[in-house]
Design a protein around this ligand. Structure first.
Ligand code: ADP
Length: 447
């Protein structure tokens, strides 16, 4: 196991990684921007270095500064968390060329899977179903129209370098396709420096199901079952759960096996997630791989009893997986609500500022992963997520009940949070019945 690592992230995921390291006896070096100076979680690290001003582009995303902190801190490895540099294959490569292990997949696998069009090709080669769409990138309107007519409208235009829902556009006919292509290309170029786009059939009323994978350096690849992340707002996940409710066992098995096939064919190591959408007829289609730990990893930890961050550290330090596929069971049901500093009454506008009072729920099977505390100021510079509230119960009905109670106990004053909207969702009959799709929130609470 490593003696000392650098945590190249901030907030709740930095705290989560630091905690796992302390349990394993691994020393940690934290980094922070000027906006995060003095945050309490930094006290839990053995050392902490400032890497620049508040703006992420000048601090958390600045590769030379992060590497400098790693060298001054004399670490053996870097945990990138999620977001920021976590899926930057160039950063991954730079770490390794500086003799610092990157706690994640190799940079070649990361680069190939990070290109969504390339990932689709790999999925097809591994016999994993993909959404019907263009064979490769679309270069001109004529080609786009002929592909769209073949697969059938509506179609979805996606950026090959995409992420966070950026560069995605739905088109219902030839005319809207023409203008949507130009908009998507411009948006993709501005956001990712890559204008490459491709087409997929727009799957109506889908559910989002994803599979957690871990793979070691000894050829072992296993899945830790699925998470259902259908509850989304503008392609951002709002509530996640495991197992997925009302998913036929044979469909669940087929999706998990498909995910393992793709990961095996990609020469992938460490933790990763293979994302799918599932249509009304239970057909499933691969959409992308996230080559990092995900925000919603704790729902999998709760139902499997496996600590994913410790597993990542063990894999990166060269240990074989301590479990086999047949050891991994889903016990009970876990739910997660992402608590964001946003105002549901004002179109989910960010609500940064000082947290004046805060009371957090607890008790058996209740987990709150958060770096926030009374007196903490939520910065406007970063993602608005300030914590993740989780519950674990034997049945889904009990988990929903427990989550409603936990959300009711959660008091955060001084700023607005998304908790009230999550209460509404949990109380909705369609959520308990499982008759929801990825557009449920936007349709039910428009505006
Ligand atoms: P990003 O990487 O930008 O987050 P994804 O490919 O992961 O993009 O898709 C994000 C979300 O968009 C999915 O969870 C799903 O809700 C929706 N989505 C993606 N592809 C399709 C599709 N072909 N049809 C319908 N919805 C889709």
């Amino acid at each position: 196991m490593f003696k000392r690592i650098l945590v190249a992230n901030r907030g709740e995921i930095a705290l989560r990684v630091i905690r796992a390291c302390r349990e394993l006896g691994v020393e940690t070096v934290a980094i922070y921007s000027e906006a995060d100076r003095g945050a309490q979680y930094l006290d839990l690290a053995d050392e902490a270095y400032c890497v620049g001003p508040a703006k992420a582009a000048d601090s958390y995303l600045k590769i030379d500064r992060v590497i400098s902190a790693a060298e001054i801190g004399n670490v053996q490895a870097i945990h990138p968390g999620y977001g920021f540099l976590s899926e930057n294959a160039h950063f991954n490569e730079v770490c390794r060329s500086c003799n610092i292990d990157f706690i994640g997949p190799g940079f070649e696998a990361m680069r190939r899977l990070g290109d969504k069009n390339e990932a689709r090709k790999m999925a097809r080669a591994a016999n994993v179903p993909c959404v019907p769409g263009s064979d490769g990138l679309i270069t001109d309107e004529k080609e786009a129209i002929s592909v769209a007519r073949e697969i059938g409208f509506p179609v979805l235009i996606k950026a090959t370098a995409g992420g966070g829902g950026k560069g995605m556009r739905v088109a219902a006919n030839d005319l809207s396709l023409k203008s949507a292509i130009q908009q998507a290309q411009a948006e993709a170029l501005a956001a990712f420096g890559n204008a490459g786009i491709y087409l997929e059939r727009y799957v109506e009323l889908p559910r989002h199901i994803e599979v957690q994978i871990v793979a070691d350096h000894h050829g072992n690849v296993v899945h830790l079952w699925e998470r259902d992340c259908t509850m989304q707002r503008r392609h951002q996940k709002v509530i996640e759960e495991s197992p997925a409710a009302h998913l036929e066992p044979q469909v669940r098995n087929a999706i998990c096996e498909a995910a393992v096939r793709l990961i095996k064919s990609a020469d992938y190591t460490n933790a990763g997630t293979v994302e799918f959408i599932v249509d009304r007829q239970n057909n499933f289609y691969f959409i992308e791989v996230n080559a990092r730990i995900q925000v919603e990893h704790p729902v999998t930890e709760m139902v499997t009893g496996i600590d994913l961050i410790k597993t990542q550290l063990r894999i990166a330090s060269g240990e074989p997986l301590p479990f086999k596929q047949s050891d991994i069971k889903q016990t009970g049901v876990a739910l997660e609500c992402r608590i964001n500093a946003e105002d549901p009454a004002r179109g989910f506008q960010p609500s940064p500022g000082l947290i004046t009072r805060m009371m957090t729920p607890g008790g058996p099977g209740v987990r709150f992963d958060s770096h926030a505390y009374p007196g903490y100021t939520v910065s406007p510079h970063y993602d608005s997520m300030i914590g993740k509230l989780l519950v674990h119960r034997p049945t889904r009905d009990e988990a929903i009940q427990a989550m409603k109670q936990a959300l009711g106990e959660l008091r955060i004053e001084g700023i607005k949070t998304t908790a009230s909207r999550q209460q509404d969702i949990l109380s909705h009959a369609a959520f308990s019945a499982g008759t929801v799709d990825t557009k449920f929130i936007e349709r039910t609470w428009p505006g």
